[in-house]
Design a protein around this ligand. Structure first.
Ligand SMILES: [Fe+2]
Length: 343
């Protein structure tokens, strides 16, 4: 994407994020990654009269797997202080799950993560409609005591919801201390630490992230009192188990966030070779009517599990109930207040 087009979509983003004249914005990058993002955000912010800064960290050491929560900022407390003292941080390195991100948010800085390919940012711009509907979905989750998910493939799992808040992601952020991720468009929460029980059958066509692959044969998870006690199946199950074992951390078997996707501009099929623009899979996380469960950490929600072993698994064709009321049926959102036209 050329600089002018990239600047235009960043301008839309910063307006949706309520950026005002004289606000202090810092764009955070590392090494040679996403310097074009910094240029585009800087140009867009200057058009709004904001005070723009670019903080560029050294390139990180190469790591083999997606270890969430570990960032170069940990060794730079003075950089964290600067980020606490700005109005908005545009995070182009992915700070999510890190103690540094939580400290920056707690200081009142709002944070927008932007690490996906520019094509995806453009295709999944934040809109008022998605923002409003995801916000309504968040109030529905906050009011519920139990989430149940079923599928024709044998999933039947119950999350008790007495502990953690709903988290909404609608791809822009205009409130102090609020984090969001561009692109997105979904809602989630977490079950009580000992309150997730049942079976999840990940079926062909469901997606493993961060592996960025479509499952070809079923993976059956058995969950008792908030912990995975068994993972069974064929090659895909073996890949998941082998990946998880590499972290050498039993807390990877915890149950992480759970919710559903609401973005009609995101498509299930766009991870096919030839269509996938790269990135960390926000499109499959957000596609309309998916039900996503996750394994590993729950510190993002305020919980005690901060393991670096994290998988997100968006599933097709599931049904999701809040206190026995249907919200998603067979992969389609059935509550009028939050339903949208598929693009
Ligand atoms: Fe996740």
């Amino acid at each position: 994407m050329d600089h002018a087009s990239f600047t235009e979509i960043c301008l839309h983003q910063l307006k949706m994020s309520g950026v005002q004249k004289d606000e202090r914005l810092i764009v955070l990058t590392q090494g040679n990654e996403r310097l074009d993002y910094a240029d585009a955000f800087m140009a867009a912010g200057m058009r709004l009269g904001a005070n723009m800064y670019h903080m560029r960290l050294p390139a990180p050491p190469v790591v083999g797997s997606w270890a969430v929560g570990q960032t170069g900022l940990a060794a730079m407390p003075e950089a964290v202080e600067a980020l606490k003292n700005c109005d908005m941080l545009i995070d182009c390195i992915f700070l999510l799950f890190s103690p540094e991100q939580f400290a920056i948010q707690a200081a009142g800085t709002r944070i927008l993560t932007a690490v996906e390919p520019p094509e995806l940012l453009a295709r999944m711009l934040p809109t008022q409609e998605i923002r409003e509907k995801v916000t309504i979905a968040g109030t529905m989750v906050d009011a519920a005591k139990v989430m149940r998910i079923t599928s024709p493939h044998g999933t039947d799992v119950t999350y008790k919801l007495n502990t953690y808040p709903a988290v909404t992601e609608y791809a822009c952020t205009d409130e102090p201390g609020r984090w969001d991720h561009w692109p997105s468009g979904f809602v989630f929460t977490g079950g009580d630490d000992d309150g997730v029980d049942g079976t999840i059958v990940v079926a062909p066509g469901d997606i493993l992230l961060p592996q960025n692959i479509y499952v070809r044969d079923p993976i059956t998870y058995t969950i008792e009192k908030g912990w995975i006690t068994d993972i069974r199946g064929g090659l895909d199950a073996e890949l998941v188990k082998s990946y998880m074992a590499d972290f050498n951390d039993p807390r990877g078997m915890g149950m992480s966030h759970v919710g559903w996707g609401m973005n009609p501009n995101a498509k299930w099929h766009n991870m096919l070779p030839g269509a996938f623009p790269g990135g960390m899979g926000m499109e499959p996380r957000a596609y309309y009517g998916n039900v996503m469960f996750s394994t590993g950490p729950n510190n993002e929600l305020g919980g005690p599990n901060d393991t670096a072993c994290h998988l997100d698994i968006p599933m097709r064709g599931c049904s999701l109930f809040l206190d026995d009321e249907p919200v998603v049926i067979d992969g389609d959102i059935v509550v009028k207040d939050i339903a949208m036209e598929r693009a």
